[in-house]
Design a protein around this ligand. Sequence first.
Ligand SMILES: Nc1nc2c(ncn2[C@@H]2O[C@H](COP(=O)(O)OP(=O)(O)OP(=O)(O)O)[C@@H](O)[C@H]2O)c(=O)[nH]1
Ligand SMILES: [Mg+2]
Length: 207
Amino acid sequence: MEKNDRLAERNRGFFKAKKLLVLNVVSSPGSGKTTFIRETAAKLAGKLRVGVIVGDLATDNDAARLREVGIPVVQITTGTVCHLDAEMVSKAAGQLDLDKVDVLVIENVGNLVCPADYDLGEDLRVVLLSTTEGEDKPLKYPPMFHSANVAIVTKSDLAVAAGFNREQALANLKRVSHHAEIFELSSKTGEGMKAWLDFLVERRGEI
Ligand SMILES: Nc1nc2c(ncn2[C@@H]2O[C@H](COP(=O)(O)OP(=O)(O)OP(=O)(O)O)[C@@H](O)[C@H]2O)c(=O)[nH]1
Ligand SMILES: [Mg+2]
């Protein structure tokens, strides 16, 4: 852990020198990370250039999904490891042309437990909570939600079908994710995306 923290600080310094805004996107499997990143990059086109590092235990499916819409991406396959660490990110970042990137998005392995302890050198930890996975996730997985700077309630288009209790979910998030700015959106319909994109542009401007 000490070694990881040291490398994460080194990453942070390197990213800062490159004037990158770096996001570490975490959530349970299938809550919509890749779709959210793809739509964010598409809607930022012309304003900010997005590059992606994506981690999975196996397959390069997510990298292929992002590459096919023109996003520069490096896939990390971790084998049996259920999180990314700072060293993996440092190596992967070396494979991207970072002079052509303004926002570096790291899609972590889909898991609400392991990634919580690993600082990657990011500016913002972004946790997704989809309307289909239950309002109680922040209460069940507090380290991940507690450490988040941003919490995104996603798949809002499915909220009614899933019987999603919005008030309960927001109350749980506010209880656990004390430091997090909260956004509600759908990557599918684009509803709610504007507030998130404005926030990103503002944060990148501060670097
Ligand atoms: N209706 C709807 N479906 C969505 C939305 N976001 C993602 N999905 C769908 O949810 C499924 C999983 O999305 P992914 O983006 O692959 O999720 P992920 O978190 O990257 O998954 P892992 O990388 O495997 O952890 C896909 O079928 C997406 O099309 C959304 O906002 N609304
Ligand atoms: Mg994914």
